[in-house]
Structure formats: C-alpha cells, structure tokens
Design a binder for this molecule. Sequence first.
Ligand code: AMP
Length: 199
Amino acid sequence: MRIILLGAQGSGKGTQAKMLVKEFGIPHISTGDMLRKNVSDETPLGLEIKELMSQGFLVPEDIIIKMTLERLTLPDTKNGFVLDGYPRTLLQAQELDNFLLDLDLQYKVGESDTVVVSLDIDDEIALKRLLKRFEQEQRSDDNEASIRRRLEQHHANFKDILDFYKDQDILVSIKATEHDTPDIVYNRIKDALLKLGVL
Ligand code: AMP
C-alpha cells in the first residue's frame, strides 16, 4: 500500500505516518527527516540547504525530486510506503506520478493500492501546534516567521496539487479539528482506506 500523505505542517501528518507504518510495516519516507539528517551530518547537500530550511523556504526542486525518487527505488519500498512531506509543488507531484507510472502502477481507486490522503486542518490550529513544538523541540525552523512562511507556501501550492490528484480520483480528504485525538484521525483514515478498497 502506497500512501502519499498531504497536509500543512502541524496537521498531524508525521504522527499519522508513524501510526500507519507501525500497523502496516511499510517504511516512513519523510523528506523533512531526510533533509534534516543531511543538515546534521553536514553532508554537501546539508550544507547547501541548511540556511534555506531554517528560514522555512522550500529546497530547490531538482534536489528534492532527485533525493525522494532515489529513496523510492530502494528495495524496502517494494510493498509500499508512507510518503510524508512530498509533493509540495505541482512539479513534484508530476515527477512522482511519472516515476510511479514508470513502475507500471495504475492510479485508479479500487484497482491500485496507491492513495493520496490529505489531512485538512485550520491554519490557526496548525500555527498553535507548531509554536508549541518549537517550545518543546527547539527545531530551528519552527520560529513564528518561518512557520507563517511555510503555511503561506503550503496554500500557494496546495490547491494545484489537490486538483492534480482529484483529477486522478485517488484523493481522500480527512478533516481534523483541534479536539480530534490522533486515534480519532487515524480511524478516519482507515475508514477511508477501507472504502477505497486498499485495505
Ligand atoms: P517538514 O519536516 O516536512 O516540515 O520539512 C521541513 C523543511 O524541509 C521544509 O520547510 C522545507 O524547507 C524542506 N522540505 C521538506 N520536504 C520538501 C519538499 N517536498 N520540497 C521542498 N522542500 C522540502
């Protein structure tokens, strides 16, 4: 089962991804985690993107597309994956699509096991959560200016990405409110996957 998990930062994407990979035994591919590892290991890539990331800008398309698609060719993705943090632009979605088509996958609900799950949450709640995470984890890109920039960027690109997947009929939108626990949201995702026939 291949799950492409969409949602603004602070939507609970990371938490839901962890729950999915635990239950289904597929790898969690988080582009943010991969990039942060490069930064902390001070790889050439890490040094190149460190500043951009800490200010909340997207890293350049060629870098992120290459890194993600290379990761998806590793053998542990054979039975699926949860992709978290990618795509963030229409180009990224298109490149992923081409890549998966090359793997001869069918993007049709009920016929394939690829599904796009979008977690929908109000900006104010996302902002509140991200500021709290900043206090707790001191992640360098969780300052308020950077958070607002990332949320703006999210909205600038998100509609195009959603339309792209809507046209392909593989999108499910899951509403999450401030009061929903991770378990409640997780059950909604699983219900949707069941209805789509991918579980
Ligand atoms: P995340 O952990 O998903 O919130 O990502 C943290 C940061 O990594 C983002 O603010 C971007 O700077 C960078 N990043 C992660 N995924 C992508 C992507 N798909 N495209 C561009 N930049 C990304």
